[in-house]
Structure formats: structure tokens, C-alpha cells
Write a protein that binds this ligand. Structure first.
Ligand code: NDP
Length: 275
């Protein structure tokens, strides 16, 4: 996806995947900075750790509490910090700036893939990990009316509900299953990633016919047991490919300053993941 976008923009860059242990994350970021990398994306389990490891945080990272994109910056001739990707002859000190592009990506994917506007909606969110937290805060900020949070470890759902209530008092946030229907059910758990995984919710406590749309953040496999069950119950569904696309395309825009070719990047992503 990124290399297809980079090529289409005519940039002489390459996007590489490197496995880094959490204990080495600070050294990896420092090394990339020393080598004048243009930027980094971070995934599980680095997104929370990176908040304390970058030199600067964009408001997207402070608001949603996680960093999934780092932009390396240097000073331009006017002394302003600018992305290295937009300063071909950069010299002098370099700093790392952390951003979060995941949270906006979920809202954009809901709109594009399911024609859903979260404002005023009743939402059941499954999970309380990093992705669930970013989604819950972002949906609360969008002005959902009710946010029900269900997680395997119930205490984490309760903690997240408390945080949402404190930060967004207009949103009714509560741990547990809703008693009536919801417009949006969002899976932000890892249940469904592996064959034989259980459904991420107890359908005896909340039947899927009680939702209009079901969004599963998982994109591989293409069809999770949750999506199969939701389609059988008559719900409209989407998987997390659109979220993956938009978080990545927004990162490319931050690094390059150009509009990312999202359709082309989506096609590359579909080819790469689904063949
Ligand atoms: P975390 O490890 O932070 O959180 C995992 C969550 O899944 C926790 O709530 C955990 O519950 C729950 N969980 C794990 N296994 C099970 C199970 N067998 N049954 C029920 N619940 C379970 O991961 P992330 O938040 O980073 O990622 C969550 C999911 O979102 C992953 O599937 C990931 O692939 C997807 N994702 C997709 C993105 C996209 O771009 N489409 C972006 C980011 C994430 P507990 O608290 O009890 O451990």
C-alpha cells in the first residue's frame, strides 16, 4: 500500500517493515532519526510506549493517547520545523514528532464503507485495548449518544467507560450490553484473527439482529465469524481494511505533504492481502 502510494507520487522512497522488540523501541526510533528516515509507522505493541519516546507530540497523539505515526523533522531556512520528507537538503538537528492517524481512519471508514455518521448513534464497542480506546474516544468526540463497552476483562471496559464519561459528559458511556438495539456494533478485539476464535460477544445477551451495521476492525481474514453471523442476522457489514487504508494514507500525507492516492493504495492493499 505505502510503496504503491510512494511510487505514484514519484518519490524516491521505500517503505520497509522491521520487527522491533518493545525493549529496543527507543533505540530503533533514535537510529531511524540518526539515519534521517522520513518517518515510521508503529503497530502492536508499540503505540502506547512511543508516546513517551518521541521528542514532540501532535495534538492527535495527545488527544487519542497513542502514536502510530512518527514524522522526522528538521528546521527549514526560516527556522521552522518541517518534515524531512519535504526538505530534501535538510541539515542540522532532527526531531521526532508523534501523530495518531488511527482514530480518524475509523470514522472515515465507517462513512465510506457503511455510509454511517456516528453523531447521535447508539454504539456497542467490543474490546478495551489500544484500538478500542482510540475508537471509543474518537466516537465520543464525534457525538455518539450512547457508548456501551464490552470486554473479556470487564474491569478494563469499566475503566474506559469512566474515562469517556469524564472527558465527554454528554455521552452516555457504560460497561455492559445494551438492553435494546444499537445502530453500530464495532469489534475492536483480536477475537476472529485466528481460525477457531470465539465470537467477540455473547449473542445470548445481545442478539446481532439488534444492530444496523457491524464493523470488524480485523481485515485478515477478510470474513470473520462475527461478520458471517452479522450478515446472517441481516446487518450491513464491513471489515477493517478501510481503517488500515486511511491510517496509512494519512501517514503518507504527513510525511510527503502531498494528497495520498487512496484508490490506488486501496487496490494495492487488496491485492497484497487478499490476492
Ligand atoms: P490489544 O492487544 O491492545 O487489545 C486486544 C483486545 O482484544 C482486548 O480488549 C482483549 O481483551 C481482546 N481479546 C483478545 N482475545 C480475545 C478473545 N479470545 N475473546 C474476546 N476478546 C479478546 O490490541 P489492539 O487494540 O491494538 O487491536 C485489537 C484488534 O483491532 C486487533 O484484531 C487488530 O488487528 C485490530 N486493529 C485493526 C486496525 C486496522 O487498521 N484495521 C488498527 C488497529 C487494530 P482483554 O482486555 O480481556 O485481554
Amino acid at each position: 500500500m505505502q510503496n504503491a502510494g510512494i511510487d505514484a507520487l514519484g518519490l524516491d522512497w521505500r517503505y520497509l517493515a522491521c520487527e522491533v522488540a518493545p525493549v529496543d523501541l527507543a533505540a530503533a526510533i533514535a537510529g531511524a532519526k540518526a539515519m534521517h528516515f522520513i518517518g515510521l509507522n508503529l503497530t502492536v505493541p508499540h503505540k502506547l510506549l512511543a508516546v513517551d519516546l518521541v521528542d514532540e507530540l501532535d495534538s492527535s497523539a495527545t488527544t487519542w493517547g497513542a502514536v502510530n505515526t512518527i514524522v522526522f523533522e528538521a528546521r527549514d531556512p526560516d527556522g521552522e520545523w518541517r518534515p524531512l520528507g519535504q526538505l530534501p537538503d535538510a541539515s542540522g538537528p532532527v526531531r521526532s514528532k508523534g501523530y495518531n492517524t488511527d482514530a480518524d481512519a475509523i470514522v472515515r471508514s465507517l462513512a465510506e464503507d457503511l455510509a454511517i455518521e456516528p453523531r447521535g448513534a447508539r454504539v456497542l464497542l467490543l474490546g478495551a485495548g489500544g484500538a478500542a480506546r482510540a475508537a471509543a474516544l474518537r466516537l465520543a468526540d464525534e457525538g455518539v449518544s450512547e457508548l456501551w463497552l464490552v470486554n473479556r476483562t470487564e474491569s478494563k471496559a469499566a475503566e474506559l467507560a469512566t474515562e469517556i464519561s469524564e472527558r465527554f459528559p454528554a455521552v452516555h458511556a457504560q460497561a455492559g450490553y445494551p438492553e435494546s438495539s444499537v445502530e453500530i456494533l464495532l469489534n475492536a478485539t483480536s477475537a476472529g484473527l485466528k481460525p477457531g476464535d470465539p465470537l467477540p460477544l455473547d449473542v445470548s445477551r445481545f442478539p446481532l439482529r439488534g444492530c444496523d451495521v457491524v464493523y470488524d476492525m480485523i481485515y485478515r481474514p477478510h470474513q470473520t465469524p462475527l461478520l458471517t453471523a452479522a450478515q446472517a442476522a441481516g446487518c450491513r457489514t464491513a471489515n477493517g481494511l478501510g481503517m488500515l487504508l486511511h491510517q496509512g494514507a494519512s501517514a503518507l500525507e504527513l510525511w510527503s505533504g502531498w494528497i495520498a492516492p487512496r484508490d490506488l493504495m486501496r487496490a494495492a492493499l487488496e491485492r497484497e492481502i487478499y490476492g
